[in-house]
Design a protein around this ligand. Structure first.
Ligand code: CP3
Length: 362
């Protein structure tokens, strides 16, 4: 009977959302575009809402404010995707670690020091803690335009672990590497905790309305090959396989920033649908080595949006001409927008992308 019932089952309509069509393998023209950190301090309306909310975490945990700042860049620029407004460090917070954002200083956490600190992390409280964030996701699913896709996200276990162990940002990740290289059993337990918490959280985001997921591994490039495989590829692979098993059809984009020539290995071994390229990846190389394996995204230097002008146009055209048109690519930056970006340069970028002539098929 199963065979009979599948015949009459409704098939999902082909998406009308360019971002999801690209992730489905279509060389959409013009390429869909969104920008990492598209909501943020470069926008005066963000600074105003942030002042109303109080602190940065209050902004993340108050659905009305978080929905509003997510929508702000869509109103200005009409991006093809909205990304949930939150932060990768809400996961350590949900696990019970103290997290604070101090003006001008970045994040500060009470650094994990030993096995006892590790044992206090509690995956059982994550979803309850995330209730306001999940409410933001369901609010956004209703509020965004019909052709805009909704991206949920989380930090990758390795990058989140660096903040948990260093107690904030770091130049060399010396303490985290001392755990990873010197006490791999202990470090592996932290990574396992993060795989579980992050998987639960991402599945809940999907259930609240997220249509695609991005996993940010900002510090992936700090690790040598064997440790990149063990602490970046393997844990992300477990999260991707869980999403593919439990919520089939939801595309996952990985961002292993700094992976270099290991980008193709990352794609093959994790099974991601899409991969976000950082600014240092040569586009012609990515067209040959990465595009046959996954949908690509990226990789304009965010500093081009600060200096603007002809140089920004030339760099934009280079991406359009090498990565777009014949294979699916999602236009984005190689890393997040910086606060000193003049908003008019983002408008110039959008005009350039949406007004471009399709490169000839090769
Ligand atoms: O992209 C978006 O618009 C969605 C929101 C988003 C934020 N952070 C908001 C934010 C996303 C996806 C992130 C991810 C994030 N957060 C990463 C991974 C991506 C990356 O950029 O590398 C990392 C490493 C973090 C951790 C983090 N959050 C740091 C180091 C800082 C301080 C640096 C800074 O820019 O202030 C934050 C704060 C933060 N997260 C801000 C925003 C808009 C600025 C906070 C403010 O308003 O003062």
């Amino acid at each position: 009977y199963a065979g009979v019932s599948t015949v009459s089952q409704p098939r999902p309509a082909p998406s009308t959302k360019p971002f999801l069509r690209a992730l489905g393998g279509e060389a959409v023209w013009p390429p869909p575009v969104w920008l990492m950190r598209q909501a943020g301090r470069y926008l005066p309306e963000y600074r105003a809402t942030r002042a109303d909310a109080g602190g940065f975490l209050d902004l993340c945990y108050t659905p009305d404010f978080a929905v509003e700042v997510t929508l702000q860049p869509l109103r200005r620029y009409g991006f093809d995707a909205a990304i949930l407004f939150s932060d990768i460090l809400v996961v350590p917070h949900a696990l019970g670690q103290d997290v604070a954002f101090k003006q001008g200083e970045g994040p500060v956490l009470d650094a994990l020091k030993d096995e006892a600190d590790l044992a206090r992390l509690d995956t059982g409280r994550v979803l309850d803690h995330m209730r306001p964030v999940l409410e933001t996701v369901s609010g956004l699913a209703k509020a965004i335009p019909e052709t805009t896709a909704l991206i949920g996200f989380a930090g990758a276990p390795w990058t989140v672990a660096t903040y948990m162990i260093e107690g904030g940002g770091s130049k060399d990740f010396a303490t985290t590497k001392a755990w990873a290289y010197g006490r791999p059993d202990l470090f592996g337990r932290l990574i396992d905790t993060l795989v579980t918490a992050t998987g639960d959280y991402l599945i809940a985001q999907i259930d609240a309305g997220a249509e695609a997921i991005q996993i940010f591994d900002t510090w992936a490039g700090a690790l040598p090959e064997a440790d990149f495989m063990r602490w970046v590829v393997e844990p992300i692979g477990r999260i991707v396989r869980r999403i593919q098993t439990e919520r089939p059809g939801i595309p996952v984009i990985g961002f292993p920033r700094g992976a270099g020539i290991l980008y193709p290995t990352f794609v093959r071994e994790t099974g991601v649908t899409g991969v976000s390229l950082d600014t240092s990846v040569p586009c012609a190389w990515a067209a040959e080595a990465v595009q046959p394996l996954a949908v690509t995204q990226g990789n304009l230097d965010p500093i081009h949006l600060v200096s603007g002008g002809d140089a920004q146009d030339v760099a934009t055209d280079h991406i359009l001409n090498t990565l777009c048109g014949t294979r699916p690519h999602i236009f984005n930056l190689g890393h997040g927008i910086v606060p000193q970006t003049p908003p008019e340069n983002v408008a110039r970028l959008m005009e350039r992308i949406r007004g471009a002539a399709r490169p000839d098929a090769v």
